[in-house]
Write a protein that binds this ligand. Sequence first.
Ligand SMILES: Nc1ncnc2c1ncn2[C@@H]1O[C@H](COP(=O)(O)OP(=O)(O)OP(=O)(O)O)[C@@H](O)[C@H]1O
Length: 243
Amino acid sequence: MPLLSNEQKLEKKIISRFQKAIYDYQLITDGDHILIGLSGGKDSLCLVELLSKRQEIRKPSFTVDALHIRMENIKYESDEAYLRDFCENRGVRFHCVTTCFDSSTDNRKSPCFLCSWNRRKQMFVMAQRLGCNKIALGHHMDDIIHTAMMNLYFQGSFSTMPVCLKMRKMPITIIRPLCLEAEEDLRIFAANKGYEKQVKLCPYETDSHRTSMREFFKKIEMMNNGARYSVWNALEKEGKLVE
Ligand SMILES: Nc1ncnc2c1ncn2[C@@H]1O[C@H](COP(=O)(O)OP(=O)(O)OP(=O)(O)O)[C@@H](O)[C@H]1O
């Protein structure tokens, strides 16, 4: 039997973690109609790729659409034609909406907060319009762990973005099928596949606690390379991953 190349081994690892996440957290069931939030970044492109492949297996049987949201007042350029082709070549219907927010209406909130709040709102509106019962986001394990650490150090709570979150006020569940993937693996996978890097010019992007937390956590992982699993197990034990 021929040996697998490093590229094939990585793909196998990513797919197996993806299947494990779907199975362990029961993220997808028969009849689901899933709307993927597609930013154009490597993670949500990977998510389109993996969900479209998983859809072909038909067990469970589900359908997938993707939505890209453009924020008119944020200088963030993405190549809509590339995203459309990327999705349609994989049998995923592509939608794009443009919206905006006015940061002068609430100067207590940061532009990042207002931008993501408005994006989130558009996701829910479109999911309901398209008849989707689930929204899939491209957050991976590093995102979930960094959020837990930020909530701990800045908010005084032990919590994070759940892997599966059933909304109380509408018939929609948010799922994060990349939750068991390491960011570094997704970065290499995206490079191997030749995903086109989208032009990203958000003026606020580097100006966040998240960037510092990423650096901080890298140092912790140098002290204990199993640190991510310690945090993950603690979140799991305390029931913070499924709501
Ligand atoms: N403009 C957008 N349109 C649709 N969904 C989005 C958009 N921006 C973010 N999302 C969703 O939210 C997730 C997390 O957003 P975040 O800004 O952390 O991602 P990113 O670094 O821009 O890109 P990615 O996670 O795709 O690599 C994305 O993976 C995607 O599912």
